[in-house]
Design a protein around this ligand. Sequence first.
Ligand SMILES: Cc1ncc(COP(=O)(O)O)c(C=O)c1O
Length: 369
Amino acid sequence: MKIELFEMERMQSTWENVVDIDLSESGVRAVTLRELAALGFDLDGALDTPLSYSQGNGTIELRQLLGRHYPGATLDHVEVTNGTSEANFIIALTLIREGDEVAMQLPNYMQMWGLPRSLGAKMNLFRLRPDKGWEPDWDEFEQAVNERTRLLYLSNPNNPTGRILSSDDMERIVRRCDETETWLVADEVYQGAELNGRQTPSFWGMSDRVVVTNGLSKAYGIPGIRIGWIVGPPALVQECWTQHDYTTICPNKLSDALARVAVGNREKLFARTRAILREQLPLVRDWITTFDGLLELREPDAGAFCLINYKSDLPSHELAERIRINQSTLIVPGSQLRLENCFRLWFGAPPEKLREGLRRIGTELRNVL
Ligand SMILES: Cc1ncc(COP(=O)(O)O)c(C=O)c1O
C-alpha cells in the first residue's frame, strides 16, 4: 500500500512543537501525571513496574472498565489500541478491500479520507450543510451509503464543526446502514467534551453493524499516552487484533495503567474538560467582536475547537502560513478540512497562551482583512 500524505497531521507534527503558540490542537490542555496521581495512579509503584510487553488487546482490567460504558459489551467486544488513530487505522485495514466504496461526512477528520483511498477504495462524500446548522445533506447521504458501500465513517461530535447529531439523525443513519449492509464506524473521541454538559449518546447498541472508536486524547485530555479503543462485534474485534499484531503489538504498559485510572475517573475528567471549554470559549467570542463583522464564529456543540469564517479572498493556507511565519502561531487552514475562507482555532490551550495567540492572530488578520 502506498499511503498518501495526511496533510493536517503532517502540518501539525512538523510545527506544533516548534512554534511559540500552538492553536491547531483539538482537545483541552493536557492532564499531568501529577493530576492522575491525585486521581489514584500509583507513581511509586510505577517505578518498580517491569517495562515488559503488556496484554496485546489491552489488559483485562482496562477492557472491563471500558466495557462498562458500552451496555452489553464483554471483554471480547473491546480492543485497546495506541490512540484513536490506530483504532481507525486497523478497522480500515480489516474491512476495506480494493474496489470497495467508503462513505464519509465532510468536513471531517481526514484520516478516513487518505487511508481508504490508499487501500484502493472509492470515496463517497456527503456534506454537512453550513446553511442548515451542519445537518447532513440527506440526498448526498443516500447516494453515499448504498448497496456497494462497505463502511461509513463519521465523527460524532464532529471534527471540525463541533456539531452533535440529533437522535433522529442517528436513527436515520443507522437504518440506512442496516438496509445497505454497511458497517458504521462511529469515531466518538469528542464524546464527553460537550459545552452544555449533556453527554453525546453513543451509536453503540443501535445495530449489530456499529463499530465505535474512541480514545483518551480529547474529552479525557490525555493525548500523550496514546490510548484508544475499538468496541464492536467480537468476530470483527478479533480480526482487528490480527492487524494490531502487525502494527504495534500492544499498548504501552504504563499507558494501559494510566488509562485504567483515567477511565475509572471518567466523569471527573469530563467535568474538567467541560469547565475549560465553558471558561475559554467566551475569550474567543469577545475577540471576534473586535473585528466589526469581518470574522464569524461558528459555535461548536462540543470540542475545544471552533471554525472561524473570515471576509477576504486570501486562501486559508496562505493566511495560516502568514500567521505561522510572522507570528509563530499555528492554526489549521480550512483547506486542510476541505473548507475555504475559514480556519480552525483551538481554544482549549492554557488561557495565557490562548490570549497571546489571539492577539498575534489578530495582528496578522488586521493586516490582511
Ligand atoms: C475525530 C478524530 N479521531 C481521531 C483523532 C486522533 O486521535 P488520537 O490522538 O486518539 O489518535 C482525532 C485527532 O484530532 C480526531 O479529531
